[in-house]
Design a protein around this ligand. Structure first.
Ligand code: FES
Length: 105
């Protein structure tokens, strides 16, 4: 699958999640440490929207804390790093090109 445009670069603000739909997939985009990250938006515990979560920098990685019950997901790998979620979310390769955010879905 090629990279597809998700949104304009300016729509992804530093440290704040943005929810987009690309190729029918609901994704959470984050800008942190100068990079763009994309993971599935839906928490694997109980379907909260991870783009509404809070970014936390811990132990050399950046995680999003689910707004409902506090599970953590690594925004780089999608790994579930704190309960109650145990199943990872999918992480996607994202990039910025000519003022747009593109995601390899
Ligand atoms: S819905 Fe995300 S931790 Fe429960």
């Amino acid at each position: 699958m090629p990279f597809l445009k998700a949104c304009d670069s300016k729509d992804v603000v530093n440290e704040v999640g943005t929810c987009v739909t690309v190729a029918g997939k609901k994704l959470a985009l984050f800008r942190a440490d100068g990079k763009i990250f994309a993971i599935d938006d839906t928490c694997t515990h109980d379907e909260a929207s991870l783009s509404e979560g809070t970014l936390i920098h811990e132990e050399g990685r950046c995680v999003v804390e689910c707004p409902w019950h506090g599970a953590h997901f690594d925004i780089c790998t999608g790994a579930a790093t704190a309960l109650p979620a145990v199943t990872p979310v999918h992480a996607y390769v994202a990039r910025e090109v000519n003022g747009a955010v593109e995601v390899d879905v």
